[in-house]
Design a protein around this ligand. Structure first.
Ligand code: NI
Length: 172
């Protein structure tokens, strides 16, 4: 496995829509393994292909790593089938926008279809933290960042602050 470079805002690739994976082969499985290692190294709980510069519809997630009953999952061509009306608020961050955190409201649970690393179609019910993370990661495949869920005013403020911090200037 190899650690990959994670691209960050304002890289325009983060705004592009990723393309479907046509065939789950060894190259795809290697990419998923590398993405997992990259995610663990960051560290993070989710990572989409586009974040390592590969705009294909695939992602890895591992929430609650201290809980041994939860293992990492790889989702290829994931799609949200339905969402709950209940919402949940979570302070999100993103490996592509380092050091930035903001509360985002998303459906508290959702059902997702995807293809697994063996090329088999699967369905998964997600709730709590997993619901938030899976929606955040699927957003990446559509060129959407968590800050896009905030008001324009708040988003502009956050981006300005972030870009200043990246340049090493004092943030006020
Ligand atoms: Ni993210």
């Amino acid at each position: 496995m190899a650690k990959l470079h994670i691209i960050t805002v304002p890289d325009p690739l983060l705004k592009t829509k990723s393309v479907a994976v046509e065939l789950v082969d060894d190259d795809i499985r290697k990419l998923l393994d590398d993405m997992l290692e990259t995610m663990y190294g960051a560290p993070g709980v989710g990572l989409a292909g586009v974040q390592v510069g590969v705009p294909k519809r695939l992602l890895v997630i591992h929430t609650a790593r201290d809980d041994e009953s939860k293992s990492p999952i790889a989702l290829i061509n994931p799609e949200i089938l339905e969402c709950s009306e209940d919402m949940r608020l979570h302070e999100e961050g993103c490996l592509s926008i380092p050091e930035v955190y903001a509360e985002v409201e998303r459906p508290a649970s959702c059902r997702v279809s995807y293809v697994d690393r063996d090329g088999k179609p699967q369905e998964m019910f997600c709730e709590d933290m997993l619901s938030t993370v899976v929606q955040h990661e699927i957003d990446h495949l559509n060129g959407v960042l968590f800050i896009d869920h905030l008001s324009k005013l708040k988003r502009d403020m956050i981006i300005k602050k972030y870009l200043k911090a990246q340049k090493g200037e004092t943030v006020d």
